[in-house]
Structures are given as C-alpha cells and as structure tokens.
Design a protein around this ligand. Structure first.
Ligand code: PMP
Length: 442
C-alpha cells in the first residue's frame, strides 16, 4: 500500500511516477526502494527482493560493495568533477588490457549518446551516410535508431512497421529511418549479403549487439559475426559492436573476446561503471583520430568525470580479482538458476527455455530457444510478460522482460532464496497462463 500511495503522490510531480517508459511496456505498480545490500533490495513496505533487475544490468558488483564504495569515497574526498585528472592513463590502460580493439577511446555518460557519436564518426570516416541495423536490437532511445520491425529491403521505400512495438513512439521525425538506415533481420547471413550487394555503397556502419540480449536472448549463429566482419571489410563499412549490455557481462573482454571478432568501434556502458553512469566509445586509431584532428566533434559536460573514472577502475579491479573469480562463480550460479527455473517450469507443465550468457540469463516461456526475433511468437511474449509480472510478487525482481543479471556479491543464500521462491512463482504463473487461455482473465 505504501508503494501505491507514494506512487500516487509522486505522479503529481514526476511524469507517470516513473523515470522512464516505453509505449506499451510498464510495471503495473512501481516499487520504491529504500535500501540495498549485496543481491537484495528492500522497498518502502519492507518487502525484500532478490535483485536480478540490477538497474538494467549495470549493478554488476551488487549493492553497497565495500571496495567500490571505498574508491568512490576517496574520489569524492579528492575531486568529483574537473576536466582532467592524473588517473586517466591508468584507467585507459586497464580498459585496453582487456579490450585490445580500443586503440583510442572517449568517455560519455549514456549508451544512447555515444552510439550516436559512433555513427557520426563512421559517416565522417567513410564519407557515406546510412547505417544498417537489425530487428530487435536496442541502441538507445534516439529517433533514428529505436524500434520498428523489418520489412523486406527489396520494397523501396520499405515502410517500417510499428504495430505492437513498445518502442514505437509518436513525435519522431517523419521518414527518419528511411532517410538514415536499413533494418533487416539478424542472424540471417543471406539477407545481410543481399542487402550489402544492393546498398553497401551507401552504408557507413553496421551496428549490432554481438549477442541479441534485448531481442530475446539469441546467440549469434556460428561464424555469423566473423562473416559480418569480412563483409564490412569488403564494402568499406565500419563495424560497430554495441556492447552496452554484453561488455562486462560476457567477461572482462566482452562478447568480442568471447566470440573472437574484432569490431572497428565498440560501445561500453551500463556495468562498466559498476552502477555509475559511464559509457565508453573505443576503436581503431584511424577512425578515432578524427577527434584528434578535430574533424569530428565530440562534446559533453561530464565526459570523463573523475568520479565515473574511479568507478570504472574499481569495477575492473574487483572483477579481475582472484583470476576473475566473479565470472567462474557467475557461470556456476547461472547454470544452477537455469536448472531450477527449467525444472520448476517442467513440474507445472510450462515450457521454458533459459539461455545463459556469461553473468546473465534470458528466459523465454517456450520449448525451443529462439534463433531469431521472428521465432518469438505472440504466445511466447504474452507468457513472458505474465511471468515478468508474477516473479516480483514472490520476491524475485528481473529486468524487462526476461533478463536476470547476476552480481559479484551473489552467494549461496541468494541461490537458496531463489530456490525457495521460484517454484511457487512458476506455479502461479502457470495458473494465470491457463486462465488467460481459458479466457478467464480480463
Ligand atoms: N545499447 C544497448 C545494447 C542497451 O541495452 C542499451 C540500454 N538498454 C543502450 C544501448 C542504451 O544505453 P543507455 O540507456 O545508457 O542510453
């Protein structure tokens, strides 16, 4: 009740009582939190949650991590924000140690903003204007890149479909997609080749999540990213990996380290600051040098702010400790969670496919792990949504709609908590789904 009352009060001054919204996706009644420790958070009604939401994956160290806090306090006592400090070389070298593709880099605050900067750089570097993106991938909330469904590229101008798309927004510049980009399905090499044959001469950049976490937890097909790399070289296209999610989640070297494909430009965000806002754009010297030569503008009041850099340094330092123990533990816990999840679902006759990607899991309430966005049927999305809304009632908070992010303080007690709660949560979910299909739920 306190949550609801607070929500009603807050709505009078904060639009919608929340900090973000898509068009159709929303929490039924938002929760307001007052405390966090490790993997747990408590709302203002004293309800306890296992926090797999982790602020969209950013909280890779968990809540109240003593070493991160210590580093931040030291930085606060020294300098919060000036243009440059004496710690920058150390931070850049730490990133280069794990991301050799970052020959040069720049810092920002959000994924959205540095993605736009990466596109601008690609245009300047190639002298071409369009970019190619993929269905189901999310690259920030700007007009030119958010949402839409694939329409065959052979139809020109190929209208982009927004039916039922939570990322379809009013107020967008009309025709911006058609003017700036091509949108095709991911994981389909033939379609990629065909599109490039037709339009490669206009395309400055291809931007992709190296594993499709936003679009349902889909791994790239064997060799797909390597072929994309080759095609970019063939057509003189800048390959951009959006590793805002995959970045530190796959491992300290990101999905590019995991799949062994080197992009020209990369964007890191979310977890890279351990919960503080930091994004990083890094890549090939000859592209990034356009900044050095002042041919391309990159601005931002808080770029490289010392408190953020201290957070990046602390995050890498904590995650690399004890031979990167975090990733080994996360691997173990992810497998345990997957098994518990799938067996709870099996005992209530619910189809469930859970995929693990380093320190995160993505589930789909369906039998087979989807290989493409088109395989995510209306049925699956509806069932996913029911589970997403049911889990918090049982103390399990997950990231929209189907993602679970682990953190460095996750422990056996958290696993036990999950074990205790998941069966009842799945039972309730199975019942709700049955009711929906029997037409009983309004
Ligand atoms: N790229 C990806 C892959 C993302 O998941 C997100 C955020 N969900 C973004 C870009 C945008 O980052 P931000 O919200 O920091 O602008």
């Amino acid at each position: 009740m306190a949550n609801y009352k607070y929500f009603e009060k807050l709505k009078k001054s904060l639009a919608g009582g929340v900090h973000y919204n898509f068009k159709t996706l929303g929490e039924e009644s938002p929760k307001y939190f007052k405390k966090g420790q490790g993997s747990r958070i408590w709302d203002i009604e004293d309800n306890e949650y296992l926090d797999f939401y982790a602020k969209f994956g950013a909280m890779i160290l968990g809540h109240n991590h003593p070493e991160l806090n210590q580093a931040l306090i030291e930085q606060i006592n020294t300098l919060i924000a000036v243009n440059h400090t004496d710690q920058e070389v150390a931070v850049c070298e730490l990133i280069q140690k794990y991301f050799p593709s970052f020959e040069l880099m720049r810092f920002g605050l959000s994924g959205t903003e540095v993605i736009q900067n990466a596109i601008r750089l690609s245009r300047a570097y190639t002298g071409k204007t369009k970019f190619l993106r993929f269905e189901g991938h999310y690259h920030g909330n700007m007009d030119n890149i958010m949402g839409g469904k694939y329409n065959d590229v052979s139809e020109i101008p190929y209208p982009i479909d927004f039916t039922g798309d939570p990322r379809g927004t009013k107020g967008r510049v009309p025709g911006i997609f058609e003017k700036e980009s091509y949108l095709i399905p991911w994981n389909d090499l033939e379609k990629l080749k065909n599109t490039l044959e037709l339009y490669g001469h206009e395309i400055a950049a291809i931007i992709t999540e190296p594993a499709l976490i936003n679009g349902g937890g889909i791994a790239p097909k064997e060799g797909y990213l390597a072929e994309m790399r080759k095609l970019c070289d063939q057509y003189g296209i800048v390959l951009i990996f959006d590793e805002v999610i995959t970045g530190l989640r796959f491992g300290l070297s990101g999905a590019q380290g995991f799949y062994k494909v080197k992009p020209d430009l990369t964007i890191l965000g979310k977890a890279v600051g351990g919960g503080l806002p930091v994004s990083i754009l890094g890549g090939k010297k000859e592209i990034m040098q356009l900044y050095e030569k002042r041919e391309v503008v990159h601005a931002g009041t808080f770029n490289g702010y010392p408190l953020g850099l201290a957070a990046v340094k602390a995050t890498f330092t904590i995650l690399e400790k004890d031979h990167q123990a975090f990733y080994h533990q996360a691997d173990y816990y992810c497998k345990e969670i997957k098994n518990l999840f799938e067996s709870a679902a099996a005992s209530y006759g619910l189809d469930m496919s859970v995929s693990t990607f380093g320190s995160m899991l993505v589930f789909n309430v369906c039998q087979e792990t989807p290989q493409s966005v088109s395989e995510l049927t209306f049925d699956t999305v509806l069932k996913n949504s029911i589970l997403f809304h049911t889990l918090p009632k049982h103390g399990i908070l997950i990231s929209p709609m189907t993602r679970l992010f682990l953190n460095a303080m996750f422990n056996d007690e958290d696993l036990d908590f999950f074990k205790k709660k998941i069966t009842v949560a799945v039972e309730e979910c199975a019942l709700k789904i049955e009711n929906v299909y029997n037409g009983q739920l309004k």
